[in-house]
Ligand binder design. Structure first.
Ligand SMILES: Cc1cc2nc3c(=O)[nH]c(=O)nc-3n(C[C@H](O)[C@H](O)[C@H](O)COP(=O)(O)O)c2cc1C
Length: 366
């Protein structure tokens, strides 16, 4: 068996696969089950001190079918908020998960308003449950921007710097800042987070989108009482965008680790995220659609990839493809040079053929 264990920011993972913050980590029971199934870690559904303002709608999901038949889906959209479960219940759940599965990695996803006391309080109280680290949700794309939560905060590098600084001051545990792709340059807030002391950056959260319009009712989807709002788009369709953003963050923040996600469905997908600089890989939508048992295929897929290339450890893969990203001008230069070398080689070959022909003629004449 290939050894898939890896240590990131001092945390030992049995394998690099984590379930991402979202429905998979919604309470202790589900989290414990996913640990039993073999996931290397879990980022719990985002929690906050005051759940009373978190009010979800039904429906809140929409799917983008791959074709007319609609059996396979390439994209998924949600207008789900952070957890609506009470904070005290969450503290008990997190402590229970660590008590029953001490060797499994539990990362707490937390989110608050732009208020130092609130961030310090949530960090200290959650750290006391025994979790292994924090992921700061600075990236939820919809809901509560009026409270400057989520992406509204993550799009503002000054706020990112402050929040990461407050959390770092309140805990010695590893801190990952989860970034929004809904920004011109993801490197700017990522750098701000790392400069403020974040050990890692998680990317990407969902991409703002409109999954579709119902062509019978002419109403946008998912439709709530006839209306909708732009939501967070995820799943296979976002993978190229996620790979690009993870690559950008990895290059801009070489001293930090990256936890990559966005459309991971197979071990090969995960390998791509590792190759562009992620040290761990998170999965949300695919696990929701395929079931948490998909971990078996992720593990065997990544093992096969490692055997094929003779990688002995996950950390050996991390960032292996990064040196091969360059600029367009450099690509043009490289191609020009390659063509020139090819032309020179061809002309050398022609001359050589001519020489050989000449020598052969001479031999025949002799
Ligand atoms: C239904 C749903 C709920 C989500 N809730 C959260 C959340 O509470 N906190 C968070 O940081 N990300 C949340 N996410 C985003 C995912 O963690 C992940 O960043 C994103 O979906 C991209 O990964 P994927 O394509 O594997 O789903 C949610 C995603 C979905 C689909």
């Amino acid at each position: 068996m290939t050894d898939l264990s890896t240590t990131v920011n001092g945390i030992k993972f049995k394998n690099p696969f984590l379930l991402a913050s979202g429905p998979p980590g919604t309470n202790a029971k589900v989290i414990q089950r996913t640990f039993d199934l073999g996931w290397g870690g879990m980022v719990c559904k985002t929690i906050s001190l005051d759940n009373s303002k978190v009010i979800n709608t039904i429906p809140r999901y929409g799917k983008l079918p791959a074709d007319e038949g609609g059996k396979r889906f390439i994209g998924f959209q949600n207008i789900e908020l952070i957890s609506d479960r009470p904070f005290d219940v969450w503290l008990d759940d997190l402590a229970a998960c660590k008590a029953s599965h001490p060797d499994h990695v539990l990362i707490a996803s937390i989110m608050e308003e732009y208020n130092k006391d609130a961030w310090v309080e949530i960090t200290e109280r959650v750290a006391a449950t025994g979790v292994d680290g924090f992921e700061l949700n600075l990236s939820c794309p919809h809901g509560m921007p009026e409270r400057t939560m989520g992406a509204a905060m993550g799009q503002n590098p000054e706020m990112v710097r402050d929040v990461v600084g407050w959390v770092r001051g309140a805990t010695s545990l590893p801190v990952w800042a989860k970034m929004t792709p809904n920004i011109t340059d993801i490197r700017v807030p990522s750098r701000a987070a790392v400069d403020a002391g974040a050990h890692g950056v998680s990317a990407i959260n969902t991409i703002l989108g409109v999954v579709g319009i119902n062509l019978d009712t002419l109403r946008p989807m998912p439709t709530v009482e006839g209306y909708s709002e732009p939501g967070g788009y995820s799943g296979r369709a976002v993978r190229p965008i996620a790979l690009r953003q993870v690559m950008e963050v990895a290059r801009a923040c070489p001293e930090a680790t990256v936890s990559g996600m966005g459309g991971v469905e197979t071990g090969d997908d995960a390998a791509m995220f590792l190759l562009v600089g992620a040290s761990t890989v998170q999965v949300c939508t695919a696990a929701m659609l395929q079931g948490y048992e998909m971990i078996d295929d992720l593990l065997s897929g990544l093992s096969k990839f490692m055997e094929k290339h003779d990688f002995k450890s996950v950390s050996e893969i991390v960032g292996k493809s990064l040196p091969f990203f360059t600029t367009h001008a450099d690509l043009v230069d490289r191609q020009r040079k390659a063509r020139r070398e090819h032309a020179e080689q061809s002309s050398r070959d022609e001359n050589w053929k001519g020489d050989i022909a000449g020598e052969t003629d001479a031999l025949v004449t002799d």
